[in-house]
Design a binder for this molecule. Structure first.
Ligand code: NAP
Length: 308
């Protein structure tokens, strides 16, 4: 058995507490030995105000997980890669496609691994959906991702700022699944609803088509109260597929064919250990590229102001 990877965590906030710390605590492949955050702290390990101070004080670190909002991730990632540390990027991997391309090149130049993590891709029924669709003839697909921003992202100003992506912050999770299970596709039109007091959209309707002409639609809404929907549907010659619950449950013609408890972050850390040990990177930019394309091609529609 290899030695545990000595890892540090940067940007201690909601996702670190909800997912990264519990996943790392249970994983024998890692030893969490330091954290860096301006305000957040992790108990029982040394904490530093920023990544530079952490890397100076703890040179034995081999890897870092960067969990701050995407607008502030590039500089930290560059610093870590230049110091020859393996880097785990929370999703979305950056605020622009080109900065992540640059990080990919820096990882290769420094001989370390870069992981653009897409947690929803590791939802329990995603592989089963991919298998089902690979053996079926698809006639159309639809993504419906509708949740209540006040419930899931209270007081997160960064998410509404430029580079925070607004409703595409959850929407990119849908795209990380869709780009894994559906044929390659591209956006043909989009309408993005921007609240008059915000820099990012609260809803969007996006049309894609695949190279062989299949229509795929995506409906994102951040004002959905009551039941939340994180669903991908496909009509196929083998039946109507519904991948629901953010990728946790797969049904065909109403019959559940795969459902199990989620373990997305333990699986992400397993994958990260695998790429570190194989000295490769895993950086798929397809979901981020679609978001960039939606902002590039989308019509801007101004809607009522949003207040938390
Ligand atoms: P968050 O709690 O608002 O932010 C994480 C931490 O980043 C903050 O606590 C803050 O720590 C640091 N940070 C904030 N602004 C910063 C800045 N200007 N410069 C440097 N650091 C800053 O956000 P989160 O919900 O954990 O999300 C972080 C990332 O994880 C996002 O990319 C998000 O899409 C992704 N993610 C979130 C969820 C979720 O359910 N929340 C799920 C999956 C993935 P300090 O103030 O201590 O520096």
């Amino acid at each position: 058995m290899s030695q545990p990877i000595k890892i540090g965590i940067v940007g201690v906030g909601k996702i670190v507490r909800d997912q990264h710390l519990p996943a790392l605590a249970k994983d024998q492949d890692y030893r969490l030995i330091a954290a860096a955050s301006r305000h957040g702290k992790v108990e029982n390990i040394p904490n530093f105000p920023d990544i530079e101070a952490m890397l100076d004080a703890v040179p034995e670190l081999e890897a870092v997980s960067l969990c701050m909002p995407p607008q502030f991730r590039y500089d930290a990632a560059r610093t870590a890669l230049m110091a020859k540390k393996h880097v785990f990027l929370e999703k979305p991997p950056g605020a622009t496609v080109s900065e992540v391309e640059n990080l990919k090149a820096l990882a290769a130049q420094n001989g370390v691994s870069l992981f653009a993590s897409w947690h929803s891709r590791y939802a329990p029924a995603v592989e089963a959906a991919r298998m089902f669709l690979s053996s079926a003839r698809i006639s159309s697909a639809a993504i419906n991702w509708k949740e209540d921003v006040r419930r899931w992202h209270p007081n997160q100003e960064w998410i509404w700022a430029p580079g925070g992506f607004g409703v595409f912050d959850p929407g990119i999770n849908a795209l990380s699944i869709a780009t894994h299970i559906l044929p390659p596709m591209f956006i043909t039109s989009a309408v993005l609803d921007f609240p008059e007091n915000r820099a990012s959209p609260v809803a969007a309707r996006v049309a894609f088509r695949t190279s062989n002409g299949l229509p795929v639609t995506m409906d994102l809404d951040w004002l959905q109260t009551g039941p939340q929907s994180w669903d991908i549907l496909a009509d196929t010659d083998k039946g109507a597929m519904v991948l629901s619950g953010g990728g946790s449950k797969l049904a065909v013609d109403g019959k559940v064919i795969h459902e199990e408890p989620e373990a997305e972050y333990p699986m992400l850390y397993r994958r990260f250990a695998e790429i570190v040990r194989a000295s490769v990177s895993d950086v798929d930019l397809a979901p981020l590229q679609h978001v960039a394309d939606a902002f590039m091609l989308g019509k801007r529609n101004v809607v009522e102001a949003f207040f938390d």
